[in-house]
Design a protein around this ligand. Structure first.
Ligand code: ZN
Length: 464
């Protein structure tokens, strides 16, 4: 039996992604009857998770009331990592940070302790934000590299300990943790909140220290067989004999990443190119250097505009390959690089004009992200909102095979609710009868969070 906690999570997900919804809209999205959905709405209204939000536009009859999720109904811990820098933010249901975004230098290469530093900083951020712990429903983390999103493993970086990244962080932080590739999260953000919204087939290019790709096919993020789809940075498009970080040469990333832009700018200045790039450039810190380049681009610095145009053109050549393969409705340029703005657009379009068959590209629009550097943080929230529903369903399946009971006070994944029916005792504790697995198949062990009066895990019981 799927219980009401699942439908609450499902309805909240729909409100989070869609903004305002009427009862009919929600019924369509949840695939449940109007009376069922009205019950869920009443429940969410009564505990303040959603609020009435005016009337929907008239479609002839009486205008229906719409509802929206309360921005402070819950929060998600959002982490956006790249090879060197990590941002940590606590976002509300309007994707707005509720405390200053913490930024730290955290190199991932040859740094197995990075995960410990990440965990410590996340704990600090949560403590400083002053948001009650039970209101934070999970953590979403975007990281570069080959990320196995299902199993919580990053194959590109080694971290200390025997647990997977998600096991370790879930245990340490006491909340569900999900990881995904940074470009996938950026595509997820564009799909739900940005330039790819309401579109079915979109390629999202993540212009960063490398060039990433997120593919939206039929309205969903496409991850590939092992979850590694979209390694755009390493397609061989140049005959430049430049060694790439992957060990090969001629990869897109060898000419067209932001690191290369910085390097070319340094070399250009050395060889006497005129530019307004000043003392804030060539600091040895890629982040500061990139910001200096963005400022120069916004002032119309000719040298910088030329450099970015060349890079954009090179990216466009590679995008032409994608258009031939995928025939997308839209190509969205997103990620850190798009802070430089419009300067990307014309050269990419020029490359597309030169390198794609007109028939194929005729209806493909080129768009620059409006989410920009925030995209990955927003995508991490979307990841959590997606998965708390999926996980709940998964647990329902897992525990459907259980039989025999013993008394224990449990809840699972915080606001997702309990996994078995129970009752509230006089002290306000929720107690349930936990079915214990005994058969030869099904789950071998489960981690059960015991609920204390502080609404956090008081202890754990592992079923063997
Ligand atoms: Zn490469």
């Amino acid at each position: 039996m799927v219980n009401k906690y699942f439908y609450r999570a499902l309805a909240l997900r729909e409100f989070y992604f869609s903004g305002k919804l009427s009862t009919t809209d929600l019924s369509d999205r949840m695939g449940k009857s109007i009376p069922h959905v009205m019950k869920v709405i009443d429940d969410l209204l009564s505990d303040g998770s959603i609020v009435e939000s005016g009337y929907a536009p008239s479609s002839g009859g009486r205008r229906p009331v719409t509802y929206a999720i309360r921005q402070d109904a819950m929060y998600v811990l959002s982490v956006a990592m790249d090879q060197v820098f990590t941002r940590i933010a606590l976002l509300d249901m309007g994707n707005r940070p509720v405390a200053p975004v913490r930024e730290l230098e955290l190199p991932l290469s040859n740094n197995p302790e990075a995960i410990i530093q990440l965990k410590d900083t996340i704990k600090e951020v949560v403590a400083e934000a002053g948001i009650p712990r039970e209101r934070i429903v999970g953590a979403g983390i975007g990281m570069p590299g080959f990320v196995d999103f299902e199993n919580g493993i990053n194959y590109s970086f080694t971290f200390s300990g025997s647990k997977t990244i998600t096991e370790y962080l879930t245990d340490e932080l006491g909340m569900p943790v999900y990881i995904d590739n940074d470009s996938s999260l950026i595509a997820l953000a564009e799909l739900h909140f940005g330039a790819a919204r309401d579109k079915k087939n979109v390629t999202v290019i993540n212009i960063g220290w490398g060039i990433g790709l997120g593919m939206i096919l039929n309205g969903e993020l496409f991850r590939g067989h092992d979850g590694f789809a979209g390694e755009f940075s390493h397609i061989p498009v140049f005959n430049n004999n430049k060694l790439c970080s992957c060990g090969k040469s001629g990869c897109l990333e060898t000419e067209a990443s932001l690191l290369v832009v910085i390097e070319k700018a340094i070399n250009g200045l050395r060889s006497g190119r005129l530019s307004t790039l000043g003392a804030d450039f060539s600091t040895g810190h890629s982040q500061a250097d990139w910001e200096a380049i963005v400022k120069a681009a916004h002032r119309g610095d000719r040298f910088v505009v030329e450099l970015l145009s060349q890079t954009a053109y090179d990216i466009g050549k590679a995008v032409a390959i994608l258009i031939h393969l995928m025939n997308p409705q839209s190509v969205v340029l997103s990620g850190r690089g798009t802070t430089a703005g419009k300067v990307w657009e014309a050269p990419v379009q020029q490359a597309l004009n030169e390198h794609t068959i007109p028939r194929l590209a005729a209806n493909t629009q080129l768009a620059i992200s409006t989410l920009g550097y925030q995209a990955e943080l927003i995508g991490a929230v979307a990841l959590v909102m997606e998965n708390r529903v999926k996980e709940y369903k998964l647990n329902q399946k897992r525990y459907a095979h259980l039989h025999e009971t013993r008394n224990i006070t449990i809840y699972e994944n915080y606001q997702m609710g309990v996994i078995a029916a129970g009752r509230t005792n006089a002290a306000g504790f929720f107690s349930v009868n936990l079915p214990v697995y005994e058969g030869p198949c099904g789950i071998q062990s489960a981690t059960i969070w015991e609920r204390s009066n502080l609404f956090r895990p008081a202890g754990r019981t592992t079923l063997q």
